[in-house]
Design a binder for this molecule. Structure first.
Ligand code: ZN
Length: 215
């Protein structure tokens, strides 16, 4: 079941691997169906050769109802986020290095680029450390994400959420771009201070993006 969603999950997982947001078999990609079922990548399997039958389906209780592999070790955290965020239909977890580095510099990734604000809806909060395979990853995400589309997990990586998988993909991609810009600007600034967008510029960027594309 959910063949189209499985194919989309594989395509997105291959893309985030291709552009270096995860290494080897790290991270995970999942979507939630309208009936509450969760479709999620397996634990420790290469994305390049992944086939739809390797992608698992869990029911809303988190039990595997289709697939023979073990689901992502972070499934317990993903379930916690889906349970507590009714508007979230897709989650991407990465170990992207620049956003993770930005999370070691301060308690938020500030609104420094318009593309970041377009897709993450402003600055991105940094949550305290949580380990892989822990429900804590989900608890910290829910506590810190607010109305944004991503959160940086300190010393770990990023969790991005969205109403669609494409939205979550845009968030991890542009968050990484903005983090590169932010860290370069901080390194180049004699005082470490950098220019940030004003609240009205952020608001404009968030609103402008609602009419982007063909939908
Ligand atoms: Zn992780």
């Amino acid at each position: 079941m959910y063949e189209n969603e499985k194919l989309e999950i594989i395509a997105v997982a291959q893309e985030i691997k291709r552009i270096g947001l995860v290494q080897l078999t790290g991270g995970n990609v999942s979507v939630r169906m309208k009936n509450g079922d969760i479709v999620v990548t397996p634990s420790g399997m290469p994305y390049e050769t992944m086939t739809p039958d390797q992608v698992l389906v869990l029911n809303k209780e988190g039990e595997v109802i289709e697939g023979t592999l073990r689901p992502s070790v972070d499934a317990i955290a993903l379930k916690y986020i889906y349970d507590h965020c009714p508007d979230v239909s897709a989650i991407i977890h990465t170990h992207q290095p620049y956003a993770t580095a930005a999370g070691l510099v301060g308690d938020e990734m500030p609104a420094c680029c318009t593309t970041l604000c377009n897709v993450c809806l402003g600055s991105v909060p940094v949550a305290p450390y949580s380990a892989a395979a822990s429900e804590d990853m989900g608890i910290q995400t829910v506590e810190y994400i607010g109305d944004k589309r991503a959160v940086i997990l300190k010393h770990h990586g990023v969790i991005a959420v969205g109403p669609t998988l494409h939205d979550a993909e845009c968030s991890v991609v542009y968050l990484e771009d903005a983090a590169k810009c932010y860290l370069a600007a901080k390194a180049a600034s004699p005082t470490g201070e950098i220019a940030l967008m004003t609240p009205s510029q952020v608001e404009e960027a968030v609103n402008t993006h609602k009419t982007y594309g063909q939908n």
